[in-house]
Design a binder for this molecule. Structure first.
Ligand code: ADP
Length: 614
């Protein structure tokens, strides 16, 4: 797979980051809106409470000026405004009534705006004599029957809400009855640590405030027009007006926000909840600091982000684990597949090798069978040849003495006819000698027939040797060969068949006699040696020895180097097999000083074992 380029990765990361930023921003907006909504609800509650307090307070006094305007003391005064007694009576009446009602001030104004009598007539800042014709409560009342106004008292320097009611006497509007309510108490009731409760006039100047710093301060610049309008009614008397350096704006969700300028803008930001009170012609505003709401929104988003991050991390961790697992499984599968492939390949190779091997084996078998066939054919041919040779040898061996015996017999017959008995006897004796020789030959031949199934027993080696010696006595004597026998000290017994052992010894000795024929040293050495449970019998001659290449072959049947009539090539083969039947072995080697050494390896037998007749 092609790896994505670096640029693409960066672009992807940038996109993911911007998406995250966008989501965070959206979440923040959402959280902020919710926090602001809570704040707004709280503000609304406070506002409702403040409003109802104000309304209650104002409603208490609303109807009173009209009521008082109807009072005789007041009406009388307006009929004779300069009458000191009436003034005094009205003053006293107003003072008592104000005290009774809990109003700040009560006063009667003449139609030109001059104050004729007042509840504070005996106070240092008495209204009596003061002309307040510029106040709306006066001219509104004069014009419409009643007027209202709130302002800072020009004389008392105290804020108040003024209710004015026209005093009509005898069908003529002669003055205005004014009731001033102290509004300081309202502020005291709004005391609060964090939020601001303010009342602003139509010019957006703070008239009431639960905190003094903004009092008589205007929102927005105090333009000359605004100042002129305010000056007309002298609402703020001689107080100096200031400006509040805050701006109102609406946020995305529509909440009205008031924020200061400069770096501390957010710290001094308020959420505004306001309500216009038409009857009082003012606006009550509750300003709630947004700092906590903002912190709360940020905290909510941070917690959300943290949770999302945690979730993402967990998801990433799980994903990574699953990926690692999948990779491992993939690798294991690949290794398994590879192994299976290798096994299949190897199995295929092995199968092919097997087939090749089987073919080879069957080929070998065929070759072997062929070989065996050839061998057996050869053996057969060899046997036939040997049989031919043997027949030739036998006919030679037998025909000669038979011919001679016939001659001797015919001679003996003639000699007896001529009565030459002695000579005839001599011939008969010769015939007998011939017959003896023939008997020996035939016995020798008979002995070649193996009797492998006969039981083995302990055979005294010395006896077997002396019998063989006896059998070969005439040959030894004839050829002048001496057989030196050394059997050691202890009488040696071996596991064998006595006749067959004798036959082996006869074969070996007669071969040795053949070998030393015509040699100077005609000694033969027959030695027996017991080695643990084995007995080793060696026969050494001083003949030519056996050529290296022939040492293995001389034990083959019908192998012979002797001229026809002399050797059948069966002696060593038969002897070899006999030795095998005894659990022994027959081997040959050349003596370093010349001559062949035939070794018989036999199993030693306990002396006590009874000899079985063979
Ligand atoms: P044969 O004596 O009838 O030839 P054997 O089986 O007895 O048959 O002997 C096989 C051959 O082993 C002999 O022809 C001869 O060549 C060789 N051989 C046997 N004994 C001796 C010996 N003592 N020295 C040298 N050659 C021997």
């Amino acid at each position: 797979m092609r790896q994505p380029g670096k640029g693409l990765i960066w672009a992807g990361a940038a996109f993911a980051l911007s998406m995250l930023a966008l989501l965070t921003w959206l979440a923040h907006q959402q959280a902020l809106t919710r926090s602001f909504q809570d704040l707004h609800d709280r503000g609304q509650n406070t506002l409702n409470l403040a409003e109802s307090t104000i309304r209650g307070q104002l409603e208490r006094f609303e109807r009173l000026p009209e009521l008082l305007a109807d009072q005789r003391a007041v009406r009388s005064l307006l009929l004779a405004p300069r009458d000191p007694d009436l003034i005094m009576a009205a003053n006293t009446y107003l003072r008592d009534t104000a005290e009774l009602l809990g109003a700040s001030d009560l006063y009667v104004m003449y139609r030109d705006g001059e104050t004729l009598a007042a509840s504070n007539f005996d106070q240092p800042h008495s209204f009596v004599g003061g002309n307040f014709a510029f106040r709306p409560y006066f001219f509104d009342a004069m014009e419409h029957g009643q007027g209202r106004f709130y302002a800072l008292g020009t004389t008392s320097d105290k804020r108040g809400y003024y209710f004015g009611a026209a005093i009509d006497v005898a069908g003529q509007r002669r003055g205005v009855m004014v009731l001033k309510v102290d509004v300081d108490d309202l502020e005291t009731a709004w005391a609060s640590e964090d939020l601001r409760i303010i009342v602003t006039d139509p010019e957006d100047i703070v008239f009431l405030s639960n905190r003094p710093d903004w009092l008589f301060h205007a929102f927005g610049a105090l333009t000359p027009e605004r100042l002129a309008r305010t000056q007309e009614t002298r609402r703020y008397a001689n107080a100096t007006l200031g400006e509040i350096d805050f701006q109102t704006r609406r946020d995305r969700a529509g909440f009205r926000l008031l924020s200061g300028h400069g770096q501390d803008a957010v710290a001094s930001e308020y959420l505004v909840v306001k309500s216009h009170m038409p009857q009082a012609d003012w606006t009550v505003q509750v300003l709630l600091p947004t700092r906590m709401a903002r912190v709360q929104a940020v905290a909510t988003v941070a917690i959300g982000l943290l949770a999302a991050g945690l979730f993402a991390l967990t998801a990433l961790f799980i994903w990574q684990r699953r990926r690692q697992l999948a990779l491992r499984l993939e690798m294991e599968q690949a290794a398994k597949d590879d192994l299976e492939r290798q096994v299949t390949l190897r199995t295929g190779q092995l199968r092919a090798a097997n087939v090749a091997l089987e073919e080879e084996v069957s080929e070998r078998r065929a070759t072997e069978a062929q070989l065996r066939k050839t061998q057996s054919e050869l053996v057969q041919a060899g046997k036939l040849a040997a049989l031919g040779q043997m027949s030739a040898a036998l006919s030679h061996e037998f025909n000669q003495p038979l011919g001679a015996a016939r001659n001797y017999a015919e001679n003996a017959q003639l000699l007896l006819e001529q009565d030459r008995r002695d000579e005839a006897q001599g011939n008969i004796a010769r015939i007998l000698g011939m017959i003896d020789r023939l008997t020996r030959i035939s016995r020798h031949l008979r002995n070649f027939a193996r009797k492998p199934n006969q039981q083995l027993c302990a055979v005294a080696l010395a006896e077997a040797i002396s019998e063989a010696q006896e059998l070969l006595g005439w040959r030894l004597r004839k050829t002048g060969v001496t057989l030196e026998v050394d059997l050691g000290e202890a009488p040696v017994h071996v596991v064998a068949g006595p006749v067959r052992l004798q036959q082996v010894l006869v074969n070996l000795i007669s071969n040795a006699i053949d070998a030393v024929e015509g040699r100077e040293d005609k000694r033969l050495h027959l030695r027996a040696q017991a080695l643990g449970d084995r007995v080793c019998v060696t026969l050494r001659d001083h003949g030519p020895g056996v050529a290296e290449g022939l040492q293995a072959r001389i034990f083959d049947p019908f192998f012979s180097t002797k001229e026809v009539g002399k050797g059948l090539g069966l002696g060593l083969s038969i002897s070899y097999n006999i030795m095998r039947d005894f659990g022994g072995a027959l081997s040959v080697e050349n003596h370093p000083e010349g001559g062949a050494v035939f070794t018989l390896d036999l199993q030693a037998a306990p002396v006590t074992t009874a000899e079985a007749a063979e």
